[in-house]
Design a protein around this ligand. Structure first.
Ligand code: NCD
Length: 359
């Protein structure tokens, strides 16, 4: 297999996604750069979920925290977010702190040299001179991948983790969603033979695009995409599911699917992508919200998820319902991102050993 260093951008970017996924990963199948959901298979997902659970147990004690903080105290991470974020940013910051990585951050391009006209590419090359890991969120589809390729050609091929790229991908959100689903169903037959109902702005939301792909690695998952017709899921996502042999439905009738769902995954309207002012406001989204009445239609053992931030698509009265998982998702995100960073630096077996010897 040709390695990424030997390929020009033209050659690399013309490859099918499965080959690009191989180029971005290590020979053990774990990602080196984490750019898109197609890099994960069932083994790497199980490895990360298992490591996240071990890390959260290890972190409960002072001795465990000391062990974790020693793992990567000699490394530094740049958290480079040029798109709004609170949760994902803090989640990565916390994950770095748990592993002892020191961090730098740029959250606003107007205070960086980009304001003087520097390209994103040049900024990222600069970060790679100072840091050992770059976690980046950007409005630009494909930029994280292009930078992963560019850094692979350089003398310091530091890993990149995509923390959200345009309307396209959000692989670490998808990891935390899978981890949440797996934990929610682990004592009830596991994450298999489940109906997952995705709701909201499926045309422009990146979380569902990444999550639906990860769920193709779990047996018998039926995907149901519920949205107003103007915000329908992309045909490329459906083609991806078809290729994977997954079962899926597209609907605009939330009420019809609520009683069938094992998990309802709500998303907000992504109006920052509107092409004309007020475009989203013209869409009738009233039938795509969850309140107490919709919760009564859901099964008692179903779960309700949301990547957050929410607006009014889930009423706050629902928060105290034991089926509401969105605050747990936030916490799970910190642990699975800690596992991903530890994996990026090949520390998972040290975590296994400490767990085995001490817990
Ligand atoms: C999501 C995102 O940025 O795509 N937020 C997050 O990372 N939890 C969802 C959203 O912004 O709606």
């Amino acid at each position: 297999m040709q390695s990424i260093q030997d390929l020009s951008w033209e050659e690399y970017s013309a490859l099918p996604i499965s080959r690009r996924a191989e180029c971005l990963s290590r020979t053990d199948g774990m990602p080196l750069h984490t750019i898109f959901a197609q890099q994960f298979d069932r083994a790497s997902l199980d490895r990360l979920c298992d490591s996240a659970t071990k890390i959260r147990a290890i972190a409960k004690s002072r001795a465990g925290m000391q062990f974790l903080q020693g793992l990567l105290f000699h490394k530094r991470a740049m958290i480079y977010f040029t798109q709004p974020s609170s949760r994902t940013f803090l989640s990565f910051l916390s994950a770095c702190q748990i592993l002892g990585l020191r961090t730098g951050e740029v959250r606003d391009a107007s205070v960086s040299s980009e304001f003087k006209g520097e390209s994103r590419e040049d900024s990222i090359r600069t970060f790679s001179s100072y840091f050992d890991l770059i976690v980046m969120r950007t409005r630009e589809k494909g930029l994280a991948e292009r930078m992963a390729w560019a850094l692979s050609q350089s003398k310091r091929p530091v890993p990149i983790i995509n923390a959200g790229s345009g309307k396209d991908q959000h692989p670490t959100q998808a990891l935390l969603d899978v981890y949440t689903l797996q934990r929610s169903f682990e004592r009830r037959g596991g994450l298999r033979n489940r109906t997952v109902v995705y709701v909201g702005d499926l045309a422009r939301g990146r979380t569902v695009r990444s999550l639906s792909h990860l769920l193709t690695h779990y047996e018998g998952i039926r995907h149901v995409f519920v949205s107003p017709s103007a915000l329908r899921i992309g045909d490329d996502v459906l083609a991806d599911l078809k290729d994977a042999g997954a079962q899926f439905e597209v609907s605009d009738d939330l009420a019809a699917w609520l009683p069938e769902a094992d998990a309802v995954y709500m998303t907000r309207i992504q109006d920052e992508w509107d092409e004309s002012a007020g475009e989203s406001a013209k869409i009738d989204t009233s039938r795509f919200k969850i309140g107490p009445e919709q919760m009564r239609m859901m099964r008692p053992d179903a779960i309700l998820m949301h990547p957050l931030p929410r607006r009014d698509e889930i009423a706050t009265e629902v928060d105290s319902d034991p089926r509401a998982m969105y605050w747990r998702q936030v916490r799970n995100g910190m642990w699975i991102r800690t596992a991903l960073i530890a994996s990026t630096f090949d520390c998972l077996s040290r975590i296994d050993h400490w767990f085995r010897d001490n817990l």
